[in-house]
Design a protein. Structure first.
Length: 277
């Protein structure tokens, strides 16, 4: 059954709802995870190599196709370190990539501080709640699982019934949609699923990549600024209503009290938005 709504609330995932996802990539933590997974022994021995030779060069493919993070890691290990690969079992390489990605997703849960707000919003009839992310294909199922752990029903925005799913959070992942959030096609895909009967007013809560770790090209300052401008402009153009954005920026080692204050600020912004302010 379709419902009448005129407001769209969009939350970013990594660096906003998931404050631990960027923390996984801190150099000392990343090095430890490379060692634990076995990728270190296969040749990915430094964070610099991980970012510069593996993640950044393959990010476009990894985040706009369904190939997946595990497969990209396996493939790049085999390409970069053929001599080590020849002496290793194929299942060992695949298992190392899987262990790394599994650990990453396990440590990318949404912060509990968001739970009351998301639960309340999922029950609002006048608004649609979307979690939007530029990410690998595996993130879609992980996000849906995290929401369901909070008793919040969620489905991918790519499901045919997404536009007739009252009370469900829609998960929009660039890997599923074939385009990033700074690309018009990402938002058009969401609009086409929702099929709104009127222009939608939009509230976007996003760090625009600013909370990601140094070394990740996605966090470069010029990229963050350009992404912010492009995304806000696209939302207004695609959905036809006014757009408000909340820049959810935190320092690299923000205290829990600061996180809580920032989430409370978001909650107040959401209340004003729903009241028409």
């Amino acid at each position: 059954m379709r419902r009448a709504f005129d407001r769209l609330i969009i939350f970013d995932y990594s660096g906003t709802l998931s404050l631990e996802a960027p923390a996984f990539a801190r150099p000392e933590r990343l090095l430890r995870e490379l060692e634990i997974s076995g990728l270190h022994d296969l040749g990915i021995r430094t964070p610099g190599l991980f970012w510069g030779r593996v993640v950044n060069p393959t990010w476009e493919e990894g985040s706009t196709t369904t190939v997946g993070y595990r497969e990209i890691l396996r493939r790049e290990v085999e390409r970069l370190f053929p001599e080590r690969v020849r002496s290793a079992r194929q299942d060992w390489i695949r298992q190392a990539a899987s262990r790394f990605v599994d650990h990453y997703l396990e440590h990318s849960r949404m912060d509990d501080v968001w739970r009351p707000l998301l639960q309340a919003l999922s029950e609002k009839a006048s608004a649609v709640l979307v979690v939007a992310t530029d990410h690998y294909a595996e993130a879609t199922g992980a996000i849906i699982g995290f929401l369901q752990d909070w008793q919040i029903p969620a489905i991918p925005v790519t499901e045919p019934a997404a536009g007739e799913a009252p009370g469900r959070v829609l998960v929009a992942n660039s890997a599923d949609l074939g385009a990033h959030k700074a690309d018009r096609r990402f938002w058009e895909a969401i609009r086409d699923r929702l099929r709104p009967s009127r222009p939608l007013h939009v509230l976007l809560v996003d760090d625009f990549g600013a909370n990601e770790q140094e070394g990740d090209a996605y966090a470069a300052r010029d990229q963050v600024e350009n992404r912010t401008r492009q995304t806000v402009a696209l939302l207004g153009d695609v959905f036809g209503g006014g757009v408000q954005d909340f820049f959810f920026r935190l320092g690299p080692a923000a205290a829990p009290s600061l996180k809580a204050r920032r989430v409370e600020e978001v909650s107040r912004a959401v209340d004003r938005f729903l009241e028409g302010g």
